[in-house]
Ligand binder design. Structure first.
Ligand SMILES: Cc1ncc(COP(=O)(O)O)c(C=O)c1O
Length: 402
């Protein structure tokens, strides 16, 4: 007979999450984990047999399905097969991995780069390799969860400063013992709010207080800078970041993460980071696709410009309709709804009108700041953005948001 323990905390957690999901499903308010049946250019998708316009994808430059990238992935399968059957340190490193790392280093203007099997794991391993128990790691309060988890895993003392608040960052740097090693970690573009870190000031403070700087460029590659090279290009700075981190799963339509920086630092990661030593290498197709994608970003700079135009059209349209898009300056566009229920209701209206968008609710964001996190890409046409704006406006009115 199946028995559940009355005071078992694990059972309690299972019940909590199952109740939450089932309550939303019963009210037709559950839109997570929907299988996408067809993906046409990443923007026009088929879900539950319906054609929908995608406004929740991180394919910022619309590179998913790009012929050159697809061809590179297929050729890699023909040459190497589908797996690497090993960790990078031992038998898992292919010529392709080194070519990808050279391409990334060239793209980011660094001496070297190293890749891992996901962006999440890259942050975990980077931070926990760089700092340990007697060091200090300082984070923006809105940094991505993988950065927070990396800090916790490292065992270093974690200090957090108010979002993008340079006075508060300086307060943390001052409070840390000057003799202790300090690492500052920030997102380039914040994944919930779409705003950009004040990099020039962060760099100035790191230099003043002798701290290392690591920047997560998951949402800035292909998005920031005239040619999409990221946050340094955006601010007209060159090599002011000690460790540049990024993912291969957003603008770059593949999987994995990278670190780019000094050659000796990369050498250390190749021998001392646990994700490199204890986890399998990127599959050949993914490595080849990622390499081709970096090349395409540089070969087709018009995509970056188109993304900028599309973001402006989308943000301005939402503001004109009366929405609060918070402090976004990029293709990540939060649409503030307030209470969780309003965000769910807004999404329900949008999805019923075939706009694929999803809510972000507590605890991912503070209570009362539930929102839609909409994303626009270079592959949307101005007419598609206008159609979405019309749906958002109707949905916002029905949900009582505008
Ligand atoms: C800022 C940031 N860093 C890291 C990651 C993790 O990257 P990946 O999805 O490649 O594991 C994400 C993904 O959502 C992210 O938004």
């Amino acid at each position: 007979m199946e028995e559940t323990l009355v005071n078992d905390k694990i059972e309690e957690r299972i019940r909590f999450w199952n109740n939450r999901v089932e309550t939303l499903q019963a009210a037709d308010l559950y839109f997570y984990n929907q299988p996408i049946e067809e993906l046409h250019g990443g923007v026009r998708v088929q879900v539950r047999g319906r054609e929908m316009l995608m406004f929740a994808s991180y394919s910022y430059l619309g590179l998913i399905g790009h012929p050159k990238i697809n061809a590179a992935a297929k050729a890699a399968i023909d040459e190497y097969g589908t797996g690497t059957h090993g960790v990078r340190l031992l038998a898992g490193t292919l010529k392709l991995h080194r070519e990808l790392e050279e391409t990334i280093a060239h793209f980011k203007g660094t001496a070297d780069a190293v890749t891992f099997s996901s962006g999440y794991v890259t942050n975990l391993t980077a931070i926990s390799t760089l700092v340990g128990r007697h060091d200090v790691v300082i984070c923006d309060k809105l940094n991505h969860a993988s950065i927070v988890d990396g800090c916790l895993l490292s065992g270093a003392t974690l200090m957090r400063f108010r979002h993008n608040d340079m006075k508060d960052l300086e307060r943390c740097l001052k409070r840390a013992d000057p003799a202790v090693t300090k690492l500052v970690v920030v997102d380039a573009v914040f994944s919930m709010d779409g705003d950009i870190i004040d990099l020039p000031h962060v760099v100035g403070l790191c230099r003043k207080y002798n701290a290392w700087l690591m920047v997560d460029e998951a949402h800035s590659i292909g998005v920031l800078g005239k040619t999409g090279r990221g946050i340094e290009e955006h601010f007209g700075l060159e090599n002011v970041i000690d460790l540049k981190m990024g993912t291969l799963s957003k603008t770059v339509p593949s999987l994995g993460g990278y670190l780019a920086g000094r050659r000796d630092v990369m050498q250390m990661f190749r021998h001392a980071s646990r994700a490199f030593i204890f986890s399998a290498a990127l599959p050949p197709a993914q490595a080849a696709a990622a390499k081709a994608a970096f090349e395409v970003i540089l070969e087709e700079p018009e995509r970056v410009e188109q993304l900028r135009r599309n973001s402006a059209q989308f943000i301005n349209g939402l503001k004109a309709a009366g929405f609060d898009t918070m402090r976004t300056e990029t293709a990540i566009v939060p649409v503030l709804c307030g209470a969780d229920e309003k965000a769910f209701s807004m999404v329900q209206h949008c999805q019923h009108e075939d706009i694929f968008v999803l809510p972000v609710v507590s605890p991912a964001v503070p209570e009362g700041l539930a929102r839609l996190r909409a994303t626009v890409t270079a592959a949307h046409t101005p007419a598609e953005i206008d159609r979405a704006l019309g749906v958002f406006e109707r949905a916002g009115k029905r949900a009582g948001i505008i």
